[in-house]
Write a protein that binds this ligand. Structure first.
Ligand code: FAD
Ligand code: ZN
Length: 473
């Protein structure tokens, strides 16, 4: 058992295996971003190539040790840190951080798994192109982690999620083989789609070492507007109107409830949230125009005039400058931080058919208020994708830690049963990890769950890849 770190050192070099016995501090790799779990690793290993990843997997498999892949460790469902057994090997992909190739004519980039998302966006930008995946953790999350969780973010409405932006993969299997599946083909019907199987598998089926990504032309101009709305029904109405006016140029449609914005106003007063006191909801719209700023502005103005006339919008502002647009996005992205300032809370990352969102929220808000008087709802999210971050905060003046301890399971059941009743999903973009692995069987179709188990058994019969994540034994 203790021979394994020595074998790992022989594969990747002394400097790239960290252990507690040697006096190394492993805590940055053992603590998850939300501070929901702290694990204990046998070793942290940092290979520098796909070949080294394969050799590490073979050594761990031979010794019977579980492997936990980790990219930027920004995941929100406790999937990227070891358990507390002290036997799992934490495999960091951070050193695989090279952009291998950009093929501008084919609109593709091949990048290694440990490339930070922001670096991938910047590399595309330098080539005069766009890699549209965008989320608040982009300064530290990695492309491998984005694909392993099939990340969403703020541009899904137009460009799809991480899966839609991936054309090929290089993967190390549980047997320590390398599947060379890179390549920029948009059409390839040669059997089962292994790429789509590994995307979203949260490190439980294979270790992604590189990916061929789909790039897009850069828009000529991006314009952002902020609108105050009388209701969620109006938000759904405005989404439809914006889709009719802007077509594929509508690249962002985010909704924010008044209480969510009040937290930003309270904890980050310097951000100066517009219009939030006037209406129960605000919406942030983004229009990416392929012609010019003048063209974008006139289309936005026509859309907003029509929305005002239909009573869908009470008031609206269009950003005058890039800096103002960034400021508006910054407000939206600050909601989770403002919420953390307010205290621990119960997070839900749910999706529903857009048409069901108003009824879902009306019913579930009322249900929670009845069950836990005074409970506060921090409701915001990617309305254009039917994805809400429907978070539940303790009543004012209550003890947030006690609320989480005593109410989390009950609140989850109330919310998820409602989600299920309305035809939704209990995880839209963050995944299952350990946090929701116990909950999944209640809501996933039993036949689908059984097929998932058989796939796991076929690809990882020893159960060494990210054990007990997504599927419990
Ligand atoms: P990690 O956290 O390191 O890992 C996540 C999972 O993927 C783990 O199960 C891990 O084992 C596995 N994994 C990592 N790398 C590999 C690999 N190379 N091969 C196989 N498995 C691997 N998510 C969204 O979808 N949309 C958002 O808008 C969004 N906003 C966020 C905002 C903030 C402030 C934060 C902290 C997180 C946010 N997230 C969001 C969550 C998160 O999913 C993303 O940050 C990201 O996709 C995770 O990438 P990572 O490199 O940090 O992965
Ligand atoms: Zn999100």
């Amino acid at each position: 058992m203790t021979a394994l770190p020595g074998q790992l050192r022989a594969i990747v070099g002394e400097a790239h295996v960290l252990t507690r016995d040697q006096g190394d501090d492993l805590s940055p790799w053992e603590q998850d971003w939300r501070k929901r779990a702290r694990g204990r690793a046998l070793a942290v290993v940092r290979p520098g190539s796909a070949g080294e990843v394969a050799a590490v997997v073979q050594a761990c498999a031979a010794a019977g040790h579980g492997i936990v892949p980790q990219g930027g460790n920004t995941g929100l469902v406790v999937g990227s840190v070891p358990d507390d057994s002290g036997t799992q090997v934490l495999l960091s992909l951070a050193r695989l951080n090279r952009v291998r190739e950009i093929d501008a004519a084919n609109l593709t980039m091949t990048a290694e798994a440990g490339c930070v998302l922001q670096a991938v966006q910047a590399a595309a930008d330098r080539a005069g192109l766009l890699f549209p995946l965008s989320l608040a953790a982009e300064g530290s999350c990695t492309i491998g982690g984005n694909l392993a969780t099939n990340a969403g973010g703020t541009q899904v409405l137009r460009y799809g999620n991480a899966r839609d932006l991936c054309l090929g993969l290089e993967v190390v299997t549980a047997a320590g083989d390398i599947w060379h599946g890179l390549g920029g083909l948009r059409k390839d019907n040669t059997g089962y789609d292994l790429r789509d199987l590994f995307v979203g598998s949260e490190g439980t089926l294979g270790i992604i070492t590189a990916a061929t990504l789909r790039l897009h032309p850069r828009p000529a101009c991006r314009l952002t507007a902020w609108a105050a709305l009388p209701s969620l029904e109006a938000a759904v109405g405005l989404l439809g109107l914006a889709q009719r006016h802007l077509g594929a140029d509508l690249t962002g449609f985010e909704v924010m409830g008044r209480f969510a914005l009040s937290l930003v106003d309270r904890h980050m007063p310097q951000l100066r949230v517009p219009l939030w006191q006037q209406a129960p909801f605000c919406v942030l719209l983004e229009n990416s125009d392929s012609e010019s700023e003048a063209h974008a502005r006139s289309r936005f103005e026509r859309l907003l005039a029509s929305a005002l006339e239909d009573g869908l919008v009470n008031d609206a502002v269009v950003a005058e400058s890039l800096q103002q647009a960034r400021q508006l996005w910054h407000i939206r992205e600050s909601i989770p931080l403002a919420q953390a300032e307010e205290g621990l809370n119960i997070k839900h990352d749910i999706s529903l058919p857009v048409s069901r969102i108003p009824a879902f929220c009306a019913e579930t808000d009322a249900l929670l208020q009845r069950e836990i008087p005074g409970v506060r709802l921090v409701n915001f999210g990617h309305l254009g994708d039917g994805n809400l971050h429907y978070n539940v905060q303790a009543p004012a003046g209550g003890d947030p830690a006690a609320f989480l301890r005593e109410q989390e399971e009950r609140v989850n059941t109330l919310v998820f049963d409602q989600v299920s009743r309305h035809g939704g999903s209990i995880s839209a973009e963050h995944g299952i990890g350990s946090l929701k692995a116990g909950t999944l069987p209640r809501y996933k179709d039993p036949v689908a769950l059984e097929l998932m188990r058989r796939i796991k058994q076929a690809l990882d019969p020893q159960g060494i890849l990210n054990p007990h994540r997504v599927l419990l034994p």
